[in-house]
Write a protein that binds this ligand. Structure first.
Ligand SMILES: *Cc1c(COP(=O)(O)O)cnc(C)c1O
Length: 378
């Protein structure tokens, strides 16, 4: 059996080598390294794949979130609601822009932002909600969108972990995550479901005016060469990264299917264990693209399991070990930690197992047998 990796980019590259090399050589031959035809071609392909009017490539997922927020012209002190249980980038950009992050608890089954907690957190200063499609599972978008409409709030989807997932509304209409809110952000960090060979990101929107405004923001606030109308940033996708992404986009659905198969196999082997909770799939209204396969380990056994896996050279991840409201940078003395019972528990329980499109059946069976061996001893 091959060594198990958390994400097996090597095996994936072995399969893609010829195509990726050709696409990269095209960029090298053209010597157009910033913007240019390869970036445009990838942008068009992604617009078509997502069925969204505008994809605006940028340098990374954190920039994408920041630029999406900048595009909405919020005022300092405006409140932006997001989840307490997510990667720090989501809240970091809110704070950087001098907006006020309002963290709320998540749902114990999906780990996604809890619509009831959002509703309670809305004040007259609330301007936007950032749901995160955490671990690849769509947030409760139907409820979030209707709440946003009622209170006139913007919805910015953090789709860094959810690219390719479908969301089905209760009337049966379906759309890709990242195309449901006013604007959304994604990351092409190498380990994401659609990963480059370096940093990359993109903003999506169906709003023509917003797309135009954002295209200027990513380019120093320029709409006409050397005319700087707004304070922007410099955030661009490298053409070499676009070449990699253009090749890999063709395989995204295949990769996501492989992830789902791996997840189903894990769940099959682990679901009956009394000390584990396997990932919940809200099959009725969305799909899950398993950016992570995250278990809850009950009765305080998480650390022991982590050590047991490490001893067997099985990689794992703890996403995330600290609630955002307890991070030094985002601590607010007025915050009551009792307002986050679910996040406070999840940070103690969660462990993510290796998840990628190249996992073999033998690897999954081995991982599961080691998980059960440890849990039956404790
Ligand atoms: C990866 C990630 C980001 C940031 O993306 P980068 O490309 O690393 O800047 C933001 N939000 C979430 C939920 C992520 O997983």
């Amino acid at each position: 059996m091959d060594p198990i990796r958390m994400v097996d980019l090597k095996k994936q590259y072995d399969f893609l080598e010829e195509e990726v090399t050709l696409a990269m050589r095209e960029v090298l031959d053209s010597t157009v390294f910033i913007n240019g035809p390869m970036v445009q071609a990838f942008q068009k392909d992604l617009e078509q794949y997502l069925n969204v009017k505008h994809v605006i490539p940028c340098a990374n997922g954190t920039d994408a979130l920041q630029i999406a927020l900048m595009g909405l012209k919020l005022e300092p002190g405006d409140e932006v609601i997001t989840a307490d249980f997510t990667f720090a980038a989501t809240v970091e950009v809110i704070s950087l822009l001098k907006l006020k992050p309002v963290l709320v608890d998540v749902d114990p089954q999906t780990f996604n932002i809890d619509p009831k907690a959002i509703e309670k957190a809305i004040t007259p200063k609330t301007k936007a909600i950032i749901p995160v499609h955490l671990f690849g599972q769509a947030a409760a978008m139907e409820e979030i969108l209707s709440m946003a409409k009622k209170h006139k709030l913007f919805v910015i989807e953090d789709n860094a972990q959810g690219i390719g997932a479908d969301y089905t509304f209760s009337d049966g209409t379906q759309a890709k995550t990242g195309t449901l809110g006013d604007v959304s952000a994604t990351s092409f960090f190498p380990s994401k479901n659609l990963g480059a060979y370096g940093d990359g990101g993109a903003i999506f929107t169906n709003d023509d005016d917003l797309a135009h405004f954002i295209r200027g923001i990513v380019n120093h606030g320029m709409y006409q060469r050397y005319h700087h109308d707004v304070v922007g940033v410099n955030s661009r996708l490298d053409a070499l990264q676009a070449a990699v992404l253009k090749v890999k986009l063709q395989y995204l659905d295949f990769y996501n299917e492989r992830r789902k198969e791996a997840a189903l196999r894990y769940t099959d082997l682990l679901k009956d264990h009394p000390k584990l909770i396997t990932p919940f799939r809200d099959g009725a209204c969305n799909s899950h693209v398993f950016h992570q396969y995250t278990l809850r380990v009950l009765d305080g056994n998480r650390e022991g399991l982590a050590q047991a896996l490490q001893a067997k050279n099985i990689p794992y991840g703890i996403y995330y070990p600290i609630p955002l409201h307890q991070q030094k940078a985002y601590e607010d003395p007025s915050t009551d930690t009792h307002a986050f019972p679910v996040t406070n528990q999840l940070v103690k329980d969660v462990i993510s197992l290796p998840m990628h499109s190249e996992l073999s059946v033998a690897q999954i069976e081995y991982i599961c047998s080691e998980v059960c061996t440890f849990l039956d001893q404790c």
